[in-house]
Design a protein around this ligand. Sequence first.
Ligand code: ADP
Ligand code: MG
Length: 385
Amino acid sequence: MAIGAAEIARILEAYPAVPAVGALGSHSAIDIADGAVTEGLASVVLTQTGRDATYARYFRTLRDASGARRRGCVDEVWDYPKFAELASPESQERLRQRGVVFVPNRAFSSYVPLDTIEREFRVPVVGARAMLRIEERSERENYYRLLEAAGIPSPRAIASPDAIDRLAIVKLPHARRRLERGFFTAASPAEFRTKSERLIARGTITADDLATARIEEYVLGPVFNFNFFFSPLVPRAEGLELLGVDERRESNLDGLVRLPAAQQLELTESERIPDYLVVGHGTLTLRESILEDVFRIGEKFVDAARARYPPGILGAFCLQTCLDRDGRPSVFDVAARIGGGTNVHLALGHPYGNALYREPMSTGRRIALEIRRAATDGRLGEILT
Ligand SMILES: Nc1ncnc2c1ncn2[C@@H]1O[C@H](COP(=O)(O)OP(=O)(O)O)[C@@H](O)[C@H]1O
Ligand SMILES: [Mg+2]
């Protein structure tokens, strides 16, 4: 049985008045920890041995003799042999004892099985626990369904390889690195066949994954990841905030586009295949005349999520969007939790978040502010699931 509101309310009864903020040490954990301590909450980062130095050493909180923060923002580091063990009964008990509310990032929903998160992880989650699953394209109830129900434009789905009549992107996991992408593009059925055969032979993708891959129209245009926040603590008309926009750097895809055409053509066949491994982020703002379209999409998403997954989206979420040649946004991916690129604005805040709050407002800080407000008003149950 999925963990419900009554159970979370019961767990919260034993919590301190001001909870600590926890996150899995990867993805956007620095933003989460930075935001927490900025708002006066303690931060706890759960690491995996061998991947802990960033948090345990380089961003660890150091205090002077009087206890004042001298450096860093990660107050506590709890190390696990494997990330998945943070959901063990002993670890859950420790998280509850420490009064941790847990901010889910993509690494959490990738390393801890979704069934475990939904049915066994008895720690309050900041955000919409039940919506983490919609990111899985292999699920029947995935984000495409939600976007469709919401009436949000997204790249046109192409039913089968034989129906490819323009540049298309084929989405499937990498054969060995299952958390990474084995994406490729093709502009015709013949190109689909030659490319996929080559990628299978190289061990990049498998025939099984290919059979169920999502094929969609490739939108030629820049990618904007809209980092939104929705608060259920204020009137609905004030609930949606756009904090900022990030864009990604994707390993050799970005390397390829930085080469002049003549040099691209000198690459070998296999060097020319772009990889979509996300390795970093940059920051963007949006032409103002397009902002209203983006808010409209955000509002539709909030409404559809409330109807389909009550209580709906809570807190940070990210709509990953391509802008077409007419500047129209088309949502190709959804994160029903903090996005992966929010470190771009850590302590400086996000451009739009700052405009709204009149002080630096990063995503991590906005999350912590929401926790603090809800805790003060006795409304934690409304932002936790
Ligand atoms: N329809 C599309 N048109 C153009 N580029 C796309 C499209 N869908 C995805 N991409 C590119 O592929 C990358 C990863 O796609 P995404 O759907 O976000 O995969 P994942 O779920 O693995 O994050 C995007 O950042 C973007 O560069
Ligand atoms: Mg994505």
